[in-house]
Design a protein around this ligand. Structure first.
Ligand SMILES: CC(C)CC(=O)SCCNC(=O)CCNC(=O)[C@H](O)C(C)(C)COP(=O)(O)OP(=O)(O)OC[C@H]1O[C@@H](n2cnc3c(N)ncnc32)[C@H](O)[C@@H]1OP(=O)(O)O
Ligand SMILES: Nc1ncnc2c1ncn2[C@@H]1O[C@H](COP(=O)(O)OP(=O)(O)OP(=O)(O)O)[C@@H](O)[C@H]1O
Ligand SMILES: O=C(O)CCC(=O)C(=O)O
Ligand SMILES: [Fe+2]
Ligand SMILES: [Mg+2]
Length: 334
């Protein structure tokens, strides 16, 4: 037995319960603890992850799977993205974002004007990404069997316009989410082309998923910051950083407390990635009033009120429940 496998066996002790039992446990609001097995709280044994992979996620908060999505699928997603940019298809609920550096200039219907689209759950072509069986097989290791696709994005990081606005500040995705428990949420992020330090790959701080949700706010960047791009206030700049350089089709799965961001795009190309945040359908909504998430709730509500034109009635919970889609199992709670 390898060293990792031995350690894992020790960690699990005699207590490796099936996913269903485990995924039910957190709905009480408690993290999974047991007198003999506090350590293995982030993953389930579905037979897919090797002991080494499980340990790696437990310790680092992310796992990179090479070549998980086919060229053919990625090319389909790219083509659909381009059709959306050219305004040949209209997708209900879709949010189209432009980089702040060009947000006041005239809109040209071209991919060069779009830095990101969000909430593509109503686009059948793009939503195929969220239902790919090879992705869901991994997702299940983190969420358990009942899986909701909660948040979707296609990021088209533009060549930096010279003001460093193409950066995404270091943040924890959980800051944006009003459902819990965090350990039953995971992001799948797939490179749609080679991503490197040059074109602004993901940068992660391994192990930070074991911490708590930090206070987030706009970073003080001279050249401006994109709407809602909050960053962690005062994270430790000495913490080891890992640049996730990836090939087309490579996919990283990461925990919503993992501190991550992405660097400047110093190339002339538009760096593309597609992602989905999944959660166990057994998760529950929380009220963020009185927490560090109040600032983002306020911004989300302002935008949602415009988008859904429902006045002040809409709650943060509604905005999630409206967007979430069941992709496996039963919609038990979310
Ligand atoms: C886990 C995950 C959630 C993590 C993240 O994704 S972090 C980033 C989250 N970001 C978002 O959710 C972005 C959401 N973005 C949006 O909703 C939209 O792009 C909006 C900012 C509302 C703009 O959309 P829309 O209203 O259609 O665009 P308009 O061209 O009419 O502009 C309206 C006013 O917004 C300004 N604006 C547009 N894009 C940006 C930008 N990138 N950064 C800052 N300000 C921006 C624009 O200049 C305009 O301002 P005024 O003319 O009203 O002063
Ligand atoms: N001054 C800063 N304050 C906060 N976060 C920063 C700052 N500079 C960079 N970052 C963040 O660090 C991460 C990496 O960005 P950066 O632009 O430094 O790229 P990089 O990948 O380190 O490339 P290089 O160092 O080669 O330019 C991004 O998430 C970025 O937003
Ligand atoms: O693709 C990127 O640059 C990362 C984006 C990101 O982390 C996010 O939108 O939450
Ligand atoms: Fe993120
Ligand atoms: Mg740097």
């Amino acid at each position: 037995m390898s060293r990792a496998a031995e350690r894992l066996k020790l960690l699990i002790h005699h207590l490796d319960r099936p996913p269903a039992a485990l995924s039910a446990a957190p709905t009480s609001g408690q993290t999974f603890t047991h007198s003999h097995s506090h350590q293995l709280r982030y993953t389930f044994d579905t037979g897919l992850l090797t002991p080494e992979q499980r340990l790696s996620y437990e310790e680092n908060g992310f796992i990179l799977i090479k070549n998980l999505v086919s060229e053919n699928d990625i090319d389909k997603f790219r083509q659909e993205f381009e059709r959306i940019c050219r305004q040949e298809v209209k997708v209900p609920g879709l949010v189209v974002m432009r980089d702040v550096a060009i947000s006041k200039s005239e809109f040209i219907p071209d991919q060069k004007a779009v830095s990101k689209i969000q909430d593509f759950q109503e686009d059948p072509e793009l939503f195929q990404y969220c239902t790919l069986p090879q992705i869901l097989k991994y997702v299940e290791c983190f969420t358990g069997p009942n899986i909701m696709a909660m948040h979707t994005m296609l990021i088209n990081k533009p060549p930096d316009a010279g003001k460093k606005t193409s950066r995404h500040p270091m943040h924890q995705d959980l800051h944006y989410f009003s459902f819990r428990p965090a350990d039953r949420i995971v992001c799948a992020w797939t490179a749609m082309e080679k991503v490197s330090r040059q074109n602004g790959c993901l940068v992660v701080l391994p192990g930070t998923h074991t911490g708590t949700l930090q206070e987030h706010d706009y970073p003080e960047w001279e050249g401006g910051v994109n709407k809602m791009y909050h960053g962690v206030r005062g994270y430790n700049p000495q913490h080891p950083r890992v640049h996730l350089e990836m090939e087309k089709g490579d996919t990283v799965f990461f925990h919503p407390l993992l501190i991550h961001g992405s660097g400047m795009n110093q190339t002339q190309g538009f760096r593309k990635a597609i992602s989905c945040h999944y959660a166990s359908a057994d998760c529950y909504y929380i009220d963020v009033k009185g927490t560090t998430q109040e600032n983002i709730e306020k911004e989300v509500k302002e935008i949602a009120n415009k988008k859904y034109a429902m006045g002040d009635q809409i709650t943060l919970k509604d905005t999630w429940a409206l967007r979430g889609r069941l992709v496996q199992g039963v919609r038990t709670s979310l």
